[in-house]
Design a binder for this molecule. Structure first.
Ligand SMILES: CC(C)(COP(=O)(O)OP(=O)(O)OC[C@H]1O[C@@H](n2cnc3c(N)ncnc32)[C@H](O)[C@@H]1OP(=O)(O)O)[C@@H](O)C(=O)NCCC(=O)NCCS
Length: 192
């Protein structure tokens, strides 16, 4: 089955926030966000703080959107297009109606309920517009904030992938696999 793209990338709005289509010109601001060591701690993108590498990532991500393999958004305020984060639904298998969710929020906005506010809109888009049956997340098992955000959105832990990634200086770190199914989302399954 040939994947069908969902272009153009739609804008999603929540009470305080906006998810808009990314642009290659966002590379510098996003590289600054990813380059914060606290932000990058559990991401494993050690080189992405360089503008050129972020530009290449954006180009790859936008190409994947064009091929119908995912969706990507820049997080910003309603009245200001400056990037405050990057959000995606990627590794989209249209055949299996399955994808993975990922997100990065600028450190100065942490703890203000940004992901709590975005998740209902993301899930509505993923299960509604993309027609997903299953949305997965893979999280460094030490990343308490991300695990909290996902559990609160209704995701369930399905298992731990032991020593799944390099985690300097400890050696190898565990990854927790979570997922939310369409039926659970439709039944309003949520721990908010
Ligand atoms: C994960 C991340 C997106 C969360 O964003 P956020 O806007 O701060 O999320 P929210 O404010 O909506 O919710 C954070 C929740 O985690 C909790 N939390 C914060 N740090 C925590 C920790 N170390 N352990 C457990 N819970 C934690 C907060 O109390 C809050 O829960 P509450 O609303 O029940 O009080 C943000 O921390 C981030 O960008 N991290 C770096 C990138 C990253 O790791 N992305 C995820 C990759 S899988």
């Amino acid at each position: 089955m040939q994947p069908r793209p969902l272009e153009p990338i739609p804008e999603l709005r929540t009470e305080r926030l906006r998810l808009r289509a990314p642009d290659l010109e966002d590379a510098e601001a996003l590289a600054a966000i990813y380059g914060d060591p606290e932000v990058g701690r559990y991401l494993g993108f050690r080189l992405i703080h360089r503008t050129e590498q972020m530009r290449e990532k954006l180009a790859r991500d936008l190409e994947a959107v064009r091929r119908g393999e995912g969706m990507r958004w820049v997080l910003c305020a309603h009245a200001d297009a400056a990037p405050a984060g990057y959000v995606g639904i990627f590794s989209w298998s249209q055949r299996d109606r399955r994808a993975e969710v990922g997100y990065v929020v600028a450190r100065e906005l942490w703890g203000q309920g940004v992901m709590k506010e975005l998740f209902p809109a993301l899930l509505h888009f993923g299960f509604g517009r993309m027609g997903l049956h299953r949305l997965e997340a893979r999280v460094d098992s030490r990343n308490g904030a991300s695990l909290r955000v996902l559990l609160r959105a209704g995701f369930q832990v399905e298992g731990v992938l032991r020593e799944h990634h390099v985690a300097e200086p400890e050696g190898f770190g565990d990854t927790t696999l979570l997922a939310l199914l369409e039926g659970e989302w439709r039944r309003g399954y949520s721990h908010t």
